[in-house]
Design a protein around this ligand. Structure first.
Ligand SMILES: C[S@@+](CC[C@H](N)C(=O)[O-])C[C@H]1O[C@@H](n2cnc3c(N)ncnc32)[C@H](O)[C@@H]1O
Length: 240
């Protein structure tokens, strides 16, 4: 498979995929504790119940399939796709308590080719790695049936945690190291309004938006800017 790096000097799809290749082996284990576990629990208990899960779902940038398996356990027939062959290999090796998802190596860029009428799609923590987020969202919209649901997550540009990580990364570079290596390829971040506008512009108006922070106590979420947005977007619906 040939992936053409982005020409605009922003996120580079080949670099983001190569980076995740190196993380694939331990990716699912990250969800056993800490902020990853809290994010997965938030998704399971607070995001997923807002969706009528059933029919055929696509998990785009599925990694090692943690969320694909949650969807399958909730009753959906799931296809997980990811540009990282190592992530897909890891996903295939993990059993599912529901019907096993099907996993395929496929990039967002090749997704644009077909419209498959999926009932729903997950697009979790992937958008920020892409050169053309709007084009990617339009490609996802193409894969959904009319009224199909997209569950999207992406970083908040105003998150204090992300700003802190960026500052520490800049500081560490003075001493010859690079803290928070994911920031090398994770470039995109959006305010609440920007993310909603981006999805709406791609034909996916938002019907619910939730903030989540893996570090700040929940009581502080109304006052701190959370690190992540979860949007539920319905193809063809009125904007929220
Ligand atoms: C931060 S991980 C998120 C994985 C999973 N959605 C999760 O939340 O655990 C980002 C994933 O996006 C994939 N990815 C990045 N760029 C991609 C592209 N252009 N096409 C397909 N997958 C891509 C990476 O290989 C990686 O598995």
């Amino acid at each position: 498979m040939t992936i053409v790096p982005g020409a605009n000097g922003s996120a580079n799809p080949a670099a983001a995929i190569a980076y995740h290749d190196t993380l694939a082996e331990g990716w699912a284990r990250r969800y056993e504790s800490g902020g990853f576990k809290r994010r997965a629990e938030f998704f399971l208990h607070e995001v997923l119940p807002r969706a009528a899960v059933g029919g055929r779902w696509l998990d785009i940038g599925c990694g090692s399939g943690v969320f694909s398996r949650m969807l399958a356990a909730a009753g959906a027939k799931v296809t997980g796709v990811d540009g990282s062959a190592a992530m897909i290999e890891a996903a295939r090796a993990i059993p599912s308590s529901g019907a096993s998802p099907r996993y395929e190596v496929e990039t967002i860029e090749t997704l644009a080719r077909a419209g498959d009428g999926y009932d729903g799609a997950l697009f979790l923590s992937v958008l920020e790695y892409l050169d053309d987020p709007k084009g990617a969202l339009a490609a996802v919209a193409e894969r959904l049936r009319p009224d199909g649901l997209l569950i999207l997550s992406a970083p908040n540009r105003r998150s204090g945690l992300r700003l802190l990580q960026r500052s520490l990364r800049a500081l560490s570079s003075i001493f010859g190291s690079r803290a928070f290596p994911y920031l090398e390829t994770s470039k995109g971040a959006w305010s609440h309004g920007e993310l909603i506008a981006l999805a709406t512009g791609a034909g996916l108006p938002c019907e619910a938006a939730l903030g989540f922070d893996p570090v700040a106590p929940r009581s502080l979420w109304p006052v701190v800017s959370p690190s992540l947005w979860f949007l539920l977007c319905r193809k063809g619906a009125a904007a929220c």
